[in-house]
Structure formats: C-alpha cells, structure tokens
Design a protein around this ligand. Sequence first.
Ligand SMILES: Cc1cc2nc3c(=O)[nH]c(=O)nc-3n(C[C@H](O)[C@H](O)[C@H](O)COP(=O)(O)O)c2cc1C
Length: 367
Amino acid sequence: MYRQLIYPVLQSVDPERTHELVLRLLQGFERAPLLRKLLGKLFVVDDPRLGVEVWGMHFANPLGIAAGLDKNGVAVETWGALGFGHVEVGTVTPRPQPGNPRPRLYRLPADQALINRLGFPGHGAVAVHDQLQRHAGSRLVVGVNIGANKASVEAGRANEDYVRALEQLYAVADYITINISSPNTLRLRDLQGCVALEALVQQVVARRDTMSVRKPILVKIAPDLAPAELDDILHVSTAHAIDGLIATNTTVARPPTLRSRYRRESGGLSGVPLRERATDILRYVYGSTGGALPIIAVGGVFDAADVFARLAAGAALVQVYTGFVYGGPGLARRLLRGVLRLMDAQGLTSIAEIRGLSCGASSSVLV
Ligand SMILES: Cc1cc2nc3c(=O)[nH]c(=O)nc-3n(C[C@H](O)[C@H](O)[C@H](O)COP(=O)(O)O)c2cc1C
C-alpha cells in the first residue's frame, strides 16, 4: 500500500518537507501509547531467533534506523513500534545549528538513492538530551551519534565538541558513535586521518573512562577510504579499544550508472548505488580484524537478502536509511520475515549463526 498509494503522494512534495511531515507524524505516535501499541501489532516481528547480543546489550533484532533519519530523537519509541531493534539518533552537535542552505536533499528514484548535503542541522545536545531522557528504560537500544559544530571544525576545535557532546549525551545513550565521515561539513573527514583520529579518539575515550558506567564507543567511517586509510583507522581503533565500527556513511563518488537528473548535485550519495562499496568495506574490516570488532553495516540495504548478506559478511547489526524512505513503514517487518525465511531454508536457528558465513576477504576489490 505504501509504495502504490502513499509514496507517490509523498514524492510530489519537496523531500525535506516530506521528511519533516513524516517525522511529525511519527512524533504524534510518540504521545499516543495505544496507537503505538496498534502499530506494534502490525509491524513488530516478535521472534526470539532474531535476537542479537552485542556489547553486553540485547537487541530484539539486528535491524536499526541509521543516523540522520531522527536527528533529534523525537520518535524513539515509534521506531520500536515499527519493528526496529535499535535507533541511532543524531548526528547531534553540542550547540544547535541550521545546517547548509536549502535545497540540500534530493531524491533519485530511478537509482533508488538520495543525495544530501544537510550539514548537521539540529536542535543541539541539550535539547536532544531532554528529549531522550523521557525514554529512559526504553525496550529499544538507543545509540547517539555525535559530531562537531561547523564553526568549531572551521576553528580547528572539533575535538572539544566531540568531548562536550559525549558529556552532554552520555547519560541518555546506550552507545555513542563518533561521526567523522559526513561529507557535508568541510574538513570533517580530515579527522579520519591517522594523527587527527588518534588525538580525537584518545580524548573521547579518556572522557568516557571517567564515567561511572562504561558504554561502547563506535566510529562511523566513510566508504571512500583506500585500504591504507582503513588500516590506519583499524590501528587507532584497536589501540584505543574502540568498541565497534559503523560501515559506512554516504559516498562522494558518483557511479557512472546513475540515471536521475539530480545525480550531479554535491553531497553524500546513499541507497542502492552504495550497496556494493559498503559491503566491500565491511568485508575488508571484518577480514582485517578477524571478526574481533563488532561492525554495524549500513549502505544500500533494501531487502532481506541484503540484510542476510551483510550479516554473512560479518556484520553484528544492520542499519537502514534510504531503504526506509523508499520502502515505508512495513520495511522492518518485510526484511525480518524474509531473514527468517532465509534462515529456515539454511537450517539456521539464530542470527549469530549467520555472522561471517561468507567472509571471504575482498581487500583486492578496494582500490
Ligand atoms: C538525508 C540523510 C541524512 C543523513 N544524516 C546523517 C547524520 O547526521 N549522521 C550520520 O552519521 N549519517 C547520516 N546519514 C548517513 C546514513 O546514516 C547512512 O550511513 C547512509 O545513508 C547509508 O545508508 P543507506 O544507503 O541505507 O541510506 C544521512 C543520510 C541521509 C540520506
């Protein structure tokens, strides 16, 4: 129904306006527990075979909402009612900021893709903290993805912002993601370089280590990194006991296969055209770490076979953004039922059994 009736209507509206309308609708469910319960009855696939244990936490299933969809954490409980096992709120910056000028979000339907150059618009860490505090005790795992304000990056003071954001949001997060891979804040990706990353990770981890409860810290990486750059990130991550990686963010590459009229817009490309590259990066990281570092796979996940393939390539969890935009509210149900069918067909009884099934190293494909 979503693809035949609702999506065509939504598609006729400006993409960012649509995004705001949908979030407002989901936020409405946040204040209506009975309606949310009804949503849960429609969309939650409740099956213990889907459960995942990572970082000492229980996820009801491996599927989560990727950062950027609910930047300010306004619909956390509703994501659970739509069947997701976790949501990553953010990117949250310490201070509120407007982001880049509009238009800054484009649909590429012929390519099942999006291009965005939002540049971390958001309410800021204090507002997001207050918003998330209302959900303390949620069944859903809530990660918080943190970033630096544009002005701080320009002033060469990004690290202070990450530490500040961690301090402000730690209490309301189940895990924290350091986002250094957005292409839409000038010079942010420079933080992925070995020396810069080492200093950043050291400061963030040191601050975390002063907290009374230890929560996992993850690093989210770009798909546009060469093997040597990935090796540097893995080295720093291991040296500072980073708990996991998220692979990947959007790409600045523009595959020649793109057909949509907005393909030349600047920003990060997401969706189907990112699928292969994101999977190659996942395989490379999984192969290089011998599976020791939990990885959240994201990028071009649209169907159950994609979810299964990412888990088989070594992912501990899988996230979606663009797939949700094109697939609508029934996405988690469709994907998780499909994963269960694939598990049945192969005689598998848990998600853990899928992990790494097809982990042939593919470093050769990364150039
Ligand atoms: C409109 C939009 C906004 C995004 N904002 C963020 C963000 O704030 N922080 C972040 O780490 N990733 C952000 N992302 C990247 C997604 O989390 C994800 O890594 C990427 O889109 C690839 O997944 P997909 O192909 O399922 O969309 C954004 C993506 C889109 C399309």
